[in-house]
Design a protein around this ligand. Structure first.
Ligand SMILES: [Zn+2]
Length: 226
């Protein structure tokens, strides 16, 4: 589950314009066919260098996601990877239902949220842009340099980690790793429990890292931008 962390300030850095220009078509249904996923990934890769543009409500970084905005109290505006490099994906487990995770991330009092939530049925929802710093790791510098992904379930219920959830999450993580040129390994894809200073245990002992990493490695890679 996400935690804001004591060291995380509210920050300022309100910039009206982002240098990043990911142009993405409408959100595809989660877990479409592989062919659809590859086509969507191609669209994600359509960057226009040097062009500044305002953010648009509902804009996605991952074409397989649907957008639901988190409360602005649960993240801060940034311009990653230009201000902070992205060097990690952090895996979380919600300790609750998909709907309850969406609800608390919309709640300004929660003070925490991840960029993505993956459901047991493979649904992917994006709630914070990857440009921005989500409060999820309980460690300021890790927050600034990571993408957080929640998974629907409880750490003590192995049956919650469904094949659909692993598959959808692995596709998402593989795309993130490709986009930021991160090696697909356990230094760059970690659990919340591995973040220095955290008191959280997720994703817990039933999260099958071997299975997950194999799926991430096997995911179709998007074409490299030239
Ligand atoms: Zn967590």
């Amino acid at each position: 589950m996400g935690t804001r962390g004591k060291a995380e300030g509210s920050g300022s850095g309100s910039r009206g314009v982002s240098r990043r220009t990911l142009l993405i078509g409408g959100g595809a249904a989660a877990l479409g066919t592989a062919a659809l996923a590859v086509d969507d990934v191609r669209r994600v890769w359509w960057r226009v260098p040097g062009v500044e543009k305002p953010r648009k409500p509902g804009e996605l970084d991952y074409a397989g996601a649907r957008w639901v905005a988190a409360s602005e109290a649960n993240w801060r505006r940034a311009d990653r990877p230009d201000d902070y490099g992205v060097d990690r994906v952090i895996v979380h487990v919600t300790q609750g239902s998909f709907a309850s995770a969406v609800k608390v991330f919309q709640d300004p009092a929660h003070q925490a949220a991840t960029h993505y939530i993956v459901g047991q049925n493979g649904r992917v929802t994006q709630m914070i842009r990857e440009l921005d710093v989500a409060y999820h790791a309980g460690n300021r510098s890790y927050n600034e340099r990571s993408i957080g992904i929640e998974h629907e379930g409880f750490v003590d219920r192995p049956q919650d980690f469904t094949p659909e959830m692993y598959a959808a999450s692995a596709l998402l993580t593989a795309e993130i790793c490709a986009r930021y040129e991160l090696p697909v390994d356990r230094e760059h894809i970690i659990g919340h429990v591995e973040v220095p200073g955290t008191d959280h245990t997720d994703p817990g002992p039933h999260w099958d890292w071997d299975r997950y990493m194999k799926l991430v490695r096997a995911a179709p890679q998007p074409p490299h931008p030239s």
